[in-house]
Design a protein around this ligand. Structure first.
Ligand code: PLP
Length: 382
């Protein structure tokens, strides 16, 4: 059954973004970060599109996401789980040759035990704590850790050594990031001397790849850029300044659309929707849309959001409900039931971008995108 709104993903936009990223990365390998249901774009469809552009390395947060990728595209790829796995899932990952982060002792022991049991080496990435203070092995036990890894090298294949930076999208974190980079670099220099260890080093996300090119190393874990967004306005402005251009090199892949569900005239002097947040000063015509916060249209867009119909911009009036939103169409009162409505995307000369959308709703692109429900129909367009 068709859901009440639909998402279109642009193949040409994705191609442009991937080519921008590959060009920037040069010899550094790209790992496409597709956690959070590919930032709301949908893992199966988005990974198929990525595969077509030549991407062969994917990063996710959890085992169920890894499984979804393996079920969607040919298996001549690497999948890396950066986050959570329970014991059963570690066993599954070893069998499926899915790579995963190790960031603490217990998980390390478990991985060795299960590798022995499976008679097959787990492919692991050793995550180091360089200053984010989230997950990662402490650097002070580094020597012991790598001695132990050497003793167990038949059971664990060290595919990578890595860390994550704490907020490369803001210059406010400059000092902390440089410190993290220095620590990681020192470790890398040290580990490079171990002759039993032949591995890759990775540290960078989207923002770091742009702002701190030295962090790219062997592999860069790139999320938000692929979808056509800069990690923050700050990174965008710095990029444009540095390259003396006004043109954003990235293209939004996603469009989100629905249709008018009902239209109605409201007399002057009435409230619209629940409560008293919108009052009609004049005779008003409204259109009702079949999307609400249950469909990912944030409640904070109440009396704030904009949509496009017939290439014109209209305001959300009243509160966003669970399944419905009301917009003021007084200025174009011939709009009819069934007409196309743009929630994110272009129509005529106007555009509702995710970031303008998220500025209204005070959320960053990341959060808004990942809130798009899984059950919205997604199709590929040119
Ligand atoms: C999400 C994530 C990334 C990608 O971040 P972007 O800012 O979207 O590029 C990279 N590394 C780790 C560990 C992550 O969790």
């Amino acid at each position: 059954m068709r859901p009440t709104s639909y998402i279109e993903l642009s193949e040409s936009a994705l191609e442009a973004n991937i080519s921008f990223i590959k060009n920037m990365l040069g010899d550094t390998r790209l790992s496409s970060v597709v956690k959070g249901n590919a930032y709301g774009h949908g893992i199966p469809i988005f990974c198929s599109m990525l595969y077509k552009t030549g991407v062969r390395h994917f990063s996710v947060f959890s085992a169920n996401e890894a499984q979804e990728i393996l079920a969607s595209i040919p298996n001549d790829i690497s999948v890396m789980v950066m986050g959570f796995l329970d014991d059963d899932q570690i066993e599954w990952a070893i069998q499926k040759e899915v790579e995963f982060f190790l960031f603490e002792e217990e998980r390390l022991e478990k991985a060795i035990e299960l590798s022995k049991k499976a008679g097959k080496a787990a492919r692991v990435h050793i995550e180091l704590e360089t200053g984010m203070n989230r997950t990662g092995f402490d650097l002070k036990n580094l020597k012991k850790l790598f001695q132990y890894l050497e003793e167990n090298k038949t059971h664990l294949h060290i595919s990578g050594v890595c860390s994550h930076l704490a907020g490369a999208e803001s210059i406010a974190n400059y000092k902390r990031l440089v410190q993290q980079y220095d620590r990681f670099k020192r470790v890398k220099n040290h580990l490079s001397q171990l002759d039993w260890l032949d591995t890759t080093y990775h540290l960078a996300c989207s923002a770091a790849s742009i702002q701190y090119p030295k962090t790219r190393m062997d592999l860069a874990r790139i999320g938000i850029l692929q979808y056509g967004f800069f990690p923050s306005n700050e990174v965008l402005v710095q990029y444009l300044t540095k390259h003396k251009t006004q043109e954003n090199p990235l293209k939004r892949v996603i469009s989100w659309k629905t249709r008018v569900m009902a239209v109605k005239e409201v007399k002057a002097g009435e409230f619209i929707g629940y409560g008293t947040s919108f009052f009609t000063n004049i005779k008003t015509k409204v259109a009702v849309l079949p999307v609400g916060y249950a469909q990912g249209f944030a409640r904070s867009l109440s009396n704030q959001g904009k949509v496009l119909i017939r290439g014109k911009r209209f305001d959300v009036v009243g509160t966003v409900n669970m399944n419905m939103t009301i917009v003021d169409i007084t200025e174009c009162d011939t709009i009819e039931v069934g007409e196309e409505v743009i929630l994110i995307g272009k129509q005529g000369d106007l555009e509702i971008s995710v970031s303008s959308f998220s500025n209204f709703s005070d959320m960053v692109n990341y959060e808004l995108l990942t809130r798009l429900p899984e059950n919205i129909t997604r199709t590929v367009v040119k």
